[in-house]
Write a protein that binds this ligand. Structure first.
Ligand SMILES: [Zn+2]
Length: 316
């Protein structure tokens, strides 16, 4: 079978790796995302989110630096991995015969930046290429989707958005409060992405996006990564399947998003998995299911090209 060249814009492998110095990225059974599975699944680019585990909560920026160090030492320095920081790196990744896996750093939650824009600039200089403003709770920049008061951006959060615009750092609205979502859409100059969120019309979970939010992201030129969190795919408690993933893809297409939808698995951030899609090695099965329903060109759009065109436009 021809290589799929999937782009997956969200996983949490790094937050396990920094907690366990013994974890081997090659093939450790504690990881969903391993080098071996990325290869067998035909993944061309994997985004690795920096997420601060509880054990590091008192030292947020130190945790960001430790995560970047772990990424460099244990993932990016491998001969079979190509770190992606720029359009030029993407060009290398796309060269015929290139076998390496692209690896890009993202930050899930501005908590780690401690309200300090210098820390944002340092993270950017060290290769972080997308910033999610919050996780589920509130932080100094904005309220997350689970924060009961439902606030939007703080004034410091607005300054953060402006500095991201100036640096050329794409923003990620997954996990952000509804009010924060609309404020980012209004204020950010660059179209945001939702790296790992599904459609609320099909599965009524607060982490999912309403049709209005999806339409607004599409209109802005943003992207949506369908995620493989079973309870973001279906709300009836039944085991989620690849067909459920396809239902969400189809829904976003029905709202005009055929060129705006991709995948952001959330592997290593989940403790239940979609049947047949338990790790990156399941991508060929997903690709086969997509190819039965969509043209080869559309299937390639979902698996790679929609993310590729976004990052070709927005990487430095
Ligand atoms: Zn997440």
């Amino acid at each position: 079978m021809e290589t799929l060249n999937v782009w997956d814009l969200h996983c949490d492998a790094l937050s396990k790796i920094i907690l366990e110095p013994e974890i081997r990225f090659e093939d450790d059974p504690r990881l969903d995302v391993t080098a071996r599975r990325l290869k067998s699944g035909g993944v061309q680019l994997q985004a690795f989110a920096i997420f601060i585990p509880g054990a590091w909560k008192g030292r947020p920026f130190e945790a960001v630096l430790a995560s970047i160090d772990a990424f460099q030492q244990r993932i990016a320095s491998r001969p079979d991995v190509l770190p992606i920081r720029s359009r030029a790196d993407v060009d290398v990744l796309l060269r015929p015969g290139e076998q390496r896996i692209g690896a890009m750093l993202t930050l899930e939650g501005a908590d780690g930046l401690e309200g300090n824009l210098a820390y944002l600039r340092i993270a950017h200089a060290l290769g972080v290429r997308t910033l999610g403003l919050t996780w589920n709770n509130a932080n100094w920049a904005a309220d997350g989707i689970r924060e009961p008061r439902g606030g939007g951006l703080t004034s410091a959060g607005r300054r953060l958005v402006a500095e991201c615009d100036r640096l050329g750092m794409p923003l990620d609205v997954s996990h952000l409060s509804v009010k924060g979502f609309w404020e980012v859409l209004d204020t950010a100059r660059r179209p945001p992405i939702a790296s790992h969120s599904n459609a609320k019309a099909l599965c009524d979970h607060p982490r999912n996006l309403s049709n209005d939010q999806i339409r607004a992201l599409i209109a802005a030129g943003g992207r949506i990564g369908i995620t493989f969190v079973p309870y973001f795919l279906r709300s009836d408690g039944k085991r989620a399947s690849i067909d459920d993933v396809l239902r969400h893809v189809e829904h976003i297409c029905s709202l005009g998003g055929a060129n705006h939808v991709g995948f952001g698995s959330d592997f290593d951030g989940i403790e239940e998995w979609v049947e047949g899609l338990e790790h990156p090695g399941g991508y060929p099965a997903l690709a086969e299911a997509l190819a039965k329903r969509y043209s080869a060109e559309q299937t390639e759009g979902f698996l790679r090209k929609n993310w590729l065109s976004y990052y070709q436009a927005h990487l430095p």
